[in-house]
Design a protein around this ligand. Structure first.
Ligand code: ATP
Ligand code: MG
Length: 174
C-alpha cells in the first residue's frame, strides 16, 4: 500500500485546491524555505489522525490549520488517497470553523466515519499513531542519542514483536 495522491483545500499555506501526486517507492519534495514542504507532511498527519495534538502540526488550535491569507475562511480539507494493490482507499478530514468553535469531520471513501475507525483501518496496514511510520524533524537525532535498549524497542515496534511481548507479559501475569 502506498500514498498515490493527496488533495489539499485551504490547508495551512495551500490556498484553494492543490493536488499532489506521490510515487510508488520514493517521493522527494523540495522547495525554498517556507514554501510549504512541512505543511504537506502536516496535512498527511492531520488527515490520518497520526498526531495526538495539533501542537505537532505547529498549530495552537485546529482552526489555525485553515488557510489564513484570505480573511477568515470557514473550511479546510485534506484527502489522502492510498493505492492498496490497485484498490483505492480515500481518507478525508475536514475542519469547519463555526461561531461555537472548530469541528473536524472524517470520511472513508466518501462515507462519514469517526477518526477511530480510520485509525483502526490504518492499523491493519501497520500504520499506528505512536509508531515510527513518520519520522519527524529531530527524531533522527533523538534516536541516535538513545540507549541501545530504547533503540531496540523501536525496532521491535516496527517489526511487530512488541505486541507479542505485551501479550506474553500479560499471560505470565495471569
Ligand atoms: P523549511 O524549508 O524552512 O522547513 P517548509 O517548506 O517546510 O520550510 P512550511 O513550514 O511547510 O515550510 O511552511 C511555512 C509557511 O506556511 C509559513 O510561511 C507560514 O506562514 C505558512 N502557514 C502556516 N499556517 C498557515 C495558515 N493557516 N495560513 C496561511 N499560511 C500558513
Ligand atoms: Mg520544513
Amino acid at each position: 500500500m502506498y500514498i498515490k495522491k493527496i488533495v489539499l483545500k485551504n490547508f495551512k499555506s495551500f490556498n484553494k485546491k492543490v493536488e499532489i501526486p506521490f510515487f510508488k517507492g520514493f517521493t522527494v519534495i523540495s522547495g525554498p524555505n517556507g514554501s510549504g514542504k512541512s505543511n504537506i507532511v502536516d496535512a498527511i498527519l492531520f488527515c490520518l489522525g497520526l498526531t495526538p495534538s495539533t501542537r505537532y502540526l505547529r498549530a495552537d488550535r485546529v482552526g489555525d490549520l485553515i488557510y489564513s491569507g484570505n480573511g477568515k475562511l470557514g473550511e479546510a480539507e485534506v484527502t489522502v488517497i492510498f493505492d492498496n494493490d490497485g484498490e483505492e482507499i480515500k481518507i478525508t478530514r475536514k475542519i469547519k470553523r463555526t461561531s461555537k468553535g472548530n469541528y473536524t469531520y472524517n470520511y472513508l471513501n466518501g462515507k462519514s466515519v469517526n477518526l477511530a475507525e480510520i485509525q483502526r483501518l490504518l492499523q491493519n496496514f501497520g500504520i499506528y499513531s505512536d509508531a515510527y511510520n513518520v519520522v519527524m524533524q529531530g527524531d533522527v537525532t533523538r534516536i541516535a542519542e538513545m540507549t541501545p535498549f530504547q533503540r531496540r524497542k523501536i525496532i521491535d515496534d516496527i517489526a511487530g514483536i512488541s505486541e507479542f511481548d505485551e501479550k506474553k507479559a500479560k499471560a505470565i501475569e495471569e
